[in-house]
Design a protein around this ligand. Structure first.
Ligand SMILES: [Zn+2]
Length: 133
């Protein structure tokens, strides 16, 4: 793992050899549950400042958030407590977790991925139209 604290960047290598990177927080409130483009660009620029040989890397997949969160169906009838639950509160339990991921470099499709959040093992994967694995 490489960290670069002045720029809030981390990079680690997965068991399969892929690089996992992240850093910084969004500059404004976003309900997208993933880094927005300015943050992703900033993190990538910081990585290249530290390790210019990474300029040929391609972003294969991007995390898209918790797949179990469901937006209230009738926003006008939803009370503040339900909005707080939807926007901010997560169970954060160990073990299998349903997530959304997008193939960034390639088909750009969204996928359901069930991943062990402790070991990072991929338990299952399916197209959004197929439901959760
Ligand atoms: Zn794909």
């Amino acid at each position: 793992m490489v960290t670069f604290g002045a720029a809030h960047l981390y990079v680690s290598q997965s068991d399969k050899g892929e690089l996992v990177m992240g850093g910084d927080i969004d500059g404004y409130n976003s309900f997208a549950q993933r880094g927005n483009l300015p943050v992703i660009e900033h993190v990538a620029a910081c990585l290249l400042a530290l390790l210019p040989q990474f300029s040929r890397l391609r972003n294969l997949r991007s995390w898209g958030g918790d797949a179990n969160v469901i937006r209230p169906l009738a926003p006008e009838d939803t009370d503040d407590g339900a909005w707080i639950d939807y926007l901010y509160l997560r169970d954060n339990a160990k073990g299998g977790h349903d997530e959304l991921w997008q193939h960034i470099f390639g088909c750009r499709r969204w996928l359901h991925v069930r991943r062990d959040v402790v070991s990072h093992e991929i338990i299952g994967c399916s197209e959004l139209t197929e439901g959760k694995p």
